[in-house]
Design a protein around this ligand. Sequence first.
Ligand code: URA
Length: 270
Amino acid sequence: MDDLGFHDALAMLDWQIELGADEALGDTPVDRFALADQAPAATVVASAPKARASVAAPPADDAPPAPSVDAVALAQAAASAAQDLPALHAAMEGFAHCPLRETATRLVFADGLVGARVMIVGEAPGRDEEQQGKPFVGQSGQLLDRMLAAIGLDRAAPDPAQAVDIANVVPWRPPQNRKPEADELAMMAPFMRRHIALAAPDLVVLMGNAACEALIGQTGITRLRGEWVTLDGRPAIPMLHPAYLLRRPQEKAAAWADLLSLKARLRTKT
Ligand code: URA
């Protein structure tokens, strides 16, 4: 490691951050490879997240079966009871059935302007979003801002015609930035639908596969993108996620076509 150059060291650090190892647990580094022989197996078990351990533990033979909870139905009831966005935010904070809340440090609700004509729906917060408490503020968020600026939209604009409202289907950062599971998307979808209904945008952008899976029950974003659909009575357009565009810049032409389609639709009433 001593002869590691600056750029290699930076790349390794970026890789670890990407994997979710983004918190310093101590001031002095510990060489865990050197400790391998002495490490008691129990340390590994004890450090497993509590929520996961309790989910994985099989019930004792004589234990009564755990009551099954219909998390989607509970989410639907909680979401539809919310009469405004602060109430919806509070209902999500109080929703105990999504395992992602156990590992996240905070709920990331929304950014931009409530009442904007366009609402962007993403997947889930990452490290930067969790730290700042706002959706799409990391690398892919910066690309999103540039994409929006190219068609005259800006999350900080005070005018609903130029502004956007931004939220994610899943408001908690998944561990190691993994993709949200289907059941996690399904139980958070009622909150997102209610969010859209209360914010009442004219148009919705479904940013990537997770938003499409949760809200229109379809995946295959490269096939879905650019084709307008109706989401609870509102026009919605699936688009390639900026994180995907960062990995595959050659797809930016397709994203540009979809942005132009959004811009054209904004010019008409809806
Ligand atoms: N990707 C998303 O889908 N949402 C964010 O907030 C950040 C990255």
